[in-house]
Design a protein. Sequence first.
Lengths: 229, 226, 226, 232, 232
Amino acid sequence: MTRERVLYLMGGISAIWLVRNLYVMLLALPDEVEQGAIYRILFFHVPSWFTCFTGFFLAAVASGLYLKTKNSLWDTLAVASVEVGVAFTLVGLATGSIWARIIWGIWWTWDARLTWALITCLVYMGYLMLRGAFDDPTSRAKNAAVLCIFAFTSVVITFKAIDWWRTQHPGAVLSIRTGGGRIDPAMEQMIYQNWPALMLLAAVLVAIRMRQETMQRELEALRRRTHAF
Amino acid sequence: MKLLREVCVVAGKDLRSEFRTKECLNAALSFAIVILVLFSFAVDPSSEQIREMSGGLLWLAFAFAGALILNQSFARELPNDCLDALVASPVSAAALFLGKAAANWLLLMIVELVCLPVFGVLYNMSWLGQWPLLLLVFLLASWGVTVIGTMFSALTVNLRLRELMLPTLIYPMMIPALMAAMQLTTVLIATSGVPPEDWIWVRLLVGFDIIFTSLAIALAEVVLLG
Amino acid sequence: MKLLREVCVVAGKDLRSEFRTKECLNAALSFAIVILVLFSFAVDPSSEQIREMSGGLLWLAFAFAGALILNQSFARELPNDCLDALVASPVSAAALFLGKAAANWLLLMIVELVCLPVFGVLYNMSWLGQWPLLLLVFLLASWGVTVIGTMFSALTVNLRLRELMLPTLIYPMMIPALMAAMQLTTVLIATSGVPPEDWIWVRLLVGFDIIFTSLAIALAEVVLLG
Amino acid sequence: MTAVQANNLWKYYGDYPALRQISFQLETGQCLALLGRNGAGKTTLLRILAGLSRPQQGILRVLGRESRDPNSRASIGILGHGIALYEELSALENLKLFASLYGVADPEDRARRWLERTGLDTVSDSLVREFSRGMRQRLAIARAFLHEPVLLLLDEPFTSLDDRAIKLLQGLLGEALARRSTVILSTHQLREAMELSTHVALLHRGQLTFYGERPAEMLSDPTWLYRTHGES
Amino acid sequence: MTAVQANNLWKYYGDYPALRQISFQLETGQCLALLGRNGAGKTTLLRILAGLSRPQQGILRVLGRESRDPNSRASIGILGHGIALYEELSALENLKLFASLYGVADPEDRARRWLERTGLDTVSDSLVREFSRGMRQRLAIARAFLHEPVLLLLDEPFTSLDDRAIKLLQGLLGEALARRSTVILSTHQLREAMELSTHVALLHRGQLTFYGERPAEMLSDPTWLYRTHGES
Ligand code: HEM
Ligand SMILES: Nc1ncnc2c1ncn2[C@@H]1O[C@H](COP(=O)(O)OP(=O)(O)OP(=O)(O)O)[C@@H](O)[C@H]1O
Ligand SMILES: Nc1ncnc2c1ncn2[C@@H]1O[C@H](COP(=O)(O)OP(=O)(O)OP(=O)(O)O)[C@@H](O)[C@H]1O
Ligand SMILES: [Mg+2]
Ligand SMILES: [Mg+2]
C-alpha cells in the first residue's frame, strides 16, 4: 500500500515538473538564433537519450547480478528497464527525426550517430524478442541476461560515435563533455532540469513494469501447479 | 479437395509452431531492418545509383532470409523422427511437400512485405505507384525460390539422394528467378510501368514456377521416401 | 596446454562430422557464390564504383553464408542431447566454446577463401597484390564474427525461430567487425597498401576480437549450463 | 482375412542384408510378438511393413493392398523408436494434427478423448518439450491409436512406461484385438508382451528362425525361445 | 566415504516445483535404485546430480566436492535419456572423442576395449546413424563406463537392451560396485534393477517418499514399494 503511494507521489512530482519545464521552455526561453523555435526539441531529445542509456546501463548491471545470484528479481529489473529504455530510445529517434526533417530537410540519413542509435534500438528490440521466444522462464532469464551484457557495447559506441567519426549530427555540447562554451548556459540548465524529470518518469514506469512482471510470473506458476501430471 | 485440405493441415502445423508466440512478425521486422542497415554499410546509401540497385538489394535480402527459413523446413522434422509419422500417414507425398512449401512461402512473403516499406523509408524510395504489379512479382518469384529451397531442404534429410542431386547446384538454380525478380522490382520502383521488353521477365518467372513445381511434385515421393 | 588439447578435440569433432556430410559447408559455399553472382546483377559490375564497394559486397556475402554455418554449430548437438554429454565431461565450458568457435572459424575461412577468387574473376579484380594483409584481415574479422555468432548460436539453439532470430541478433553486434573488414578489404583491393589513417580499423578489429573473446569465455559456463 | 502377407522380403543397407528371405502371413485379430536380439532386424521389418522403407526384393501385401497404398496407410497405426511428436506443439495440438492428417471427423474431440485415456488430460496444453520420457511415450501411444487403426505396428512400446502405463497399454491392445484388429509389436520386455501375443516370430541376424503360435513354455519362461531357436 | 550428499534440494521449472525438499546421503560402494512413476522427477534429479542443471535451493556435494567441480566431473559417468552420441561419427570415433574429453591416456586403445566389452567390435567403423536402438544403447553404456568413473548416474539404462545386453550391463555394474564405485540408476524395469541395488528411493511428485535399504519384499514382488509408499 505504501509502495503504491510512493509510486503515485513520484508520478505526480514528475508530471508537475515536466509541466513546469514546458512552461519555462516555451514561454521563458527565447528562440535560438540559427534554428528558431525548433531547437526546443533539444530539451527532450538529449534527456531522453540520457535516460535510455541509463536504463540500458541499469539493465546490464542487473543482468550481471542475475547471472551471479540467479535471483529472478534482477531479471525482472532488467526487462523493465530495457522496456522503458526502448520506449525512450523511440522518443529519441522520433524527436531526432523531426528535428532532422526541419533542419536538414530529410527524415533520415546514414550518419554514424544516427545509424548507431538505430542499431542500439535494434539490439534491444532483439533482446525483447529473444525473451518472447522462450517458454521456460529460467532459460529465458539466463539467455536474455547474456544478451543484455553483450548489447551494452552498442550503447557505448553510440555514445562515442560523435567522437570517433565525423558526423553530420552535432558533436558534444554539454559542458561536462566539452569543458563548456558550446552552448548557452540557460539552455544547458534547461537540459539538466528536464533530465531528472524524465528519469523520475522512467523510474515510475520501471516500477510498474516490474510489478506486472512479478504478477505474471505468479500466475504462470499457478497454472502449472493446477496442471501437474 | 482432399489434397487441398491436407496441404492446409501440413502448412498449418508448420505455421503454428512458427507463430506460437507472436515473435514471428517481430523477428521478421527486425530482421528486415537489420539487413537494410547492413546494406547501408556495404554500398553508399546516399548515392543516386542506389535507385538502380533497389531491386537487387531487396531481393538479396529476401534470398538471404529465404535461405535461412528454407534450410530449417525439413530439419524441423528430424528431432523425434517426425517425418516418419508424416510419411506413414495417408497424406500423399505431394501434399506434404506442397504444405511445407506453402508455409515457407507465407513466411517469406511476410518478411518481404515487411521489408518493402522499411526499405522505402530508410532509402527514401517510393514503391506504392505500382504496388499490384509489384505484389505479383513478389508472389511469383517467392514461390519459385520456395519450391527449390524446400526441395533442397528435403534432400538434406535424405542422405542417399543428397549425393546425387548435389545441394551445391540447388542454390545456383534459384538464380533465374531471383534475376527476373530483381530486374522487375527495380523497374517497378524506379520507373512508372513495365516497359514491353521487360515482360519477358514475367514470362520467365511463370515458366520457372511451373517447371519447378511440377518437377518437385513428381519427385516428392522419391525424395521423401528414399 | 590442457585447454588447448580440449579445444582441439572439440573442434576436431565438429569438423569431422561436418566433413563427413558437408551439408553445411556445401550450403554456405553455394549460397555465398549465389550472392556474389546476384550482386553482379544488382549492381553494374563493370562500373568503376564497384571497386569502392568490393569489400562491402564480399563481407555481406560472408556474413550471410556465415549465418548458415553458425546456425548449425549448436544445432548439431541437439539430436541425441549430445550437448549434455559435453557439458557433463570434465572439459571446461570455455574450451568447449572455443573449440566450437574454432571449427566455425575454419569453415568460414574455407568459404571465404573459395569465394575470394570467384569474386576476383566475376568482377575482374585482382586481390593478390596485398594477399598477406588481406589474409590477416580475413582472419581477424572472421574470428570476431565467429565468436559472437557461436555465442548467440548457443543462446538460440532451443528456439523455434532460430533461423530468423540468430542473424537478427548477431548482425547488429557484428557491425563493428564487419565495418572494419569492409573498409580494409576495399582499401586492400582497390589501392596498393593501407594508408595510415586506416590502421585504426585494424586496431578496431583487434580490440573487437579481444573484448568479445574475453566476454564469451567469461560467460561460456553460464550460457552452456544455465 | 489376411492382414499382412510377406513373401521373400530382402532388405539391404548398402551391401549388408538386414533382412533375408522373410516370409510370413498374419491373419486379422492376431497379435504377433516380434522378438530378436539387438540388431536382428525388428525395426527394419516394422518400417517396411509401415511403408517407411522399401524392401529391395519380395512381395508385401498389407491389409489386402499394396504397401504404401493411401487407403491401407490410413488404417495403420505406428509407433517407432523416435516418438514422432513435435516438441514445440502442445500435447493436444500434436494429437489434433495427426487426427486431421488421418482424416478423423472431429479432431479436437478425438484428441481430447485420447489424452484422457492415456492419463495426459491434465497436461494437455503443455508443450511436449516439457514432458518426461514416459509422458512422451504415452502421448506417442495415443497418437498411434488415435484413428482406430486396423493394423498396429509398435516398436518397443513398453519402453519407459511405468507399471500403470503398461497396464493401460495392455488394456488398449486387448481392446484392439477384441475388435479384431491386428497387432505386431517388437519388444525386449518379453514378460509384458507374452500376456497378449498369440503368435511369436524370432528374428536372428535378419532371418526368421521361428514363426508360429506362442509356445506355452514362454509364459513362464520368456527366454525359452532364445535358448531353443536363437544361436547361443 | 560419502559419494553423494543432497540436502534439501528444490528444483523449479519456471515456478513448478519438479523436486521438493530432496535430502539423502549415499556412501561409496552402494547402488541406489531411483524409482517413481512417469513424471515423478527421476530424470530431473539425476541431471542435477550430474551437474547438468542447477537446483534453485539446497546443497549438493558429489564425491566430497562441489557439484560441477571439474575433478568430480571427471569421475562421473552418465547415461541419459538422449544417448548423446554423434550420428555422423562412427562408434569408434564417438568413444575416442569421449575418451579424449575425459583425458584418458590412450583413447584409441580404451575405445576399442570398450567396444569389445559391449559386443560392438564388429561394427566399430559403422556410423551411429546405422545402428539399431539397442546397439546405440550399448554404445552409450560404453561411453558412460569408458573412463572408469567412480560414480555412475544411469537413467533407464536397461531400455531396449536384449537379454544378453542386460546381463552384460548387470555384470559391468557388479564389477563397478565391487571396485567400490557408486551407482545411481533410475528405471521402470524393477526386476532387472533389484538384483543389484542395495538402496531404494521412491520419488512421488517430486518428493522422496521412501529412502532406505532395499526392502526384502521387493525381490519377489517388485511393485511392493509402489503399493505401500506411492499414493493409491
Ligand atoms: C533521427 C535522428 C537523430 C538521432 C538518432 C539522434 C541521436 C542522438 C543520440 C543517440 C544522442 C546521444 C546523446 C549523448 O551524447 O549522450 C544525441 C544527442 C544530441 N543530438 Fe541527436 N539525433 C538525431 C538528430 C539530431 C538532430 C537533427 C540534431 C540537431 C541538428 C541533433 C542534436 C543533438 C544534440 C545537440 C545532442 C547532444 C550532444 C551531446 O552533448 O552529447 N540530433 N542525438
Ligand atoms: N524442461 C521442462 N520444462 C518444464 N517442465 C519439465 C521439464 N522437464 C521436465 N518437466 C516436468 O517435470 C516433471 C518431472 O520430469 P522428469 O523428466 O524428471 O520425470 P521422470 O521421473 O524422469 O519421468 P519418466 O519416468 O517418465 O522419465 C514432469 O512433470 C515434467 O512435466
Ligand atoms: N540406416 C541404416 N544403415 C545401415 N545399416 C543399418 C541402418 N539401420 C539399421 N541398420 C543395420 O541393420 C541391422 C538391423 O537393425 P534394426 O534397427 O532393424 O535392429 P533391431 O532388431 O530393431 O534392433 P534393436 O532391438 O536394437 O532395436 C543392424 O545390424 C543395423 O546395424
Ligand atoms: Mg529396433
Ligand atoms: Mg525420466
